[in-house]
Design a protein around this ligand. Structure first.
Ligand code: 13P
Length: 247
């Protein structure tokens, strides 16, 4: 059985003190959650978050990392620093990073391999643009992104990986894929994993992301292949995020 995983991607929101406050509000609301609960603040708020999640069931994630161990890479952040701050998950290849910060399938793959090597777990984001959806090439796009992201991954590491299917047109727009469409595309992603890693695809958890909120969480989570959610806007209020977590 795949344990559901609900992760909050806070994006560039909340200061360190606001991070502590939001986590304090969240803790009692998600204490009895069946799902794994992850919060992903900005890198500079991870130190505050580490202290705030102590003695709770909340797990820490980062929004990005660099694929080199250390060195002359001004402004980048290493896996070792994330590990010291108690980070378990790292979001890799979010569409906003692909769009605004030149993230490519190749850099995504390098980051996935480094994060696994360092003992953390990647949350790999894939998803089609509106034009691609309209052209009817969603399946090809997400299959290609998935296979490139997973190149050279060890079959034994598959169970540590989370993939987030986030249709770009659904992010921050209030538009959501229908639960049936989201499930179908996630099945395509799982099929691509199966082609690369025969017999392993049932071990990988695949989330849906894109305007997931309290009102649609239970329907999405009720689908056969949707194992969790990557939540943007609705993760910034403790009450809303808790309602998604406790779908
Ligand atoms: P929204 O939930 O705000 O649409 O954002 C989704 C997302 O991009 C999570 O990574």
């Amino acid at each position: 059985m795949r344990r559901p995983i609900i992760a909050g991607n806070w994006k560039m929101n909340k200061t360190p003190s606001e991070t502590m406050q939001l986590i304090e509000e969240l803790k009692p609301l998600v204490r009895n959650a069946a799902a794994e609960v992850v919060v992903c603040p900005t890198s500079i708020c991870l130190f505050a978050a580490k202290a705030a999640i102590a003695n709770s069931n909340i797990v820490l994630g980062a929004q990005n990392v660099y694929f080199e161990d250390k060195g002359a890479y001004t402004g980048e952040i290493s896996c070792d620093s994330l590990l010291e701050l108690g980070v378990t998950y790292v979001i890799i290849g979010h569409s906003e990073r692909r769009q605004y910060f030149a993230e490519t399938d190749e850099t995504v793959n390098k980051k996935v391999l480094k994060v696994l090597q360092k003992g953390m777990k990647p949350i790999i984001c894939v998803g089609e643009k509106l034009e691609e959806k309209e052209l009817g090439v969603t399946s090809e796009v997400v299959r290609s992104q998935t296979k490139k992201a997973l190149a050279n991954v060890l079959p034994t590491d598959i169970e540590k990986i989370v993939i987030a299917y986030e249709p770009i047109w659904a992010i921050g727009t209030g538009l959501t894929a229908t639960s049936q469409d989201a499930n179908n595309t996630i099945r395509e992603i799982r099929a691509a994993v199966e082609e690369m890693f025969p017999g392993r695809s049932q071990d990988i958890r695949i989330q849906y992301g894109g305007s997931m909120k309290p009102e649609n969480a239970s329907q999405l989570m009720g689908m056969s292949d949707i194992d969790g959610g990557l939540i943007g806007g609705a993760s910034l209020k403790a009450g809303d995020f808790a309602r998604v977590v406790n779908y």
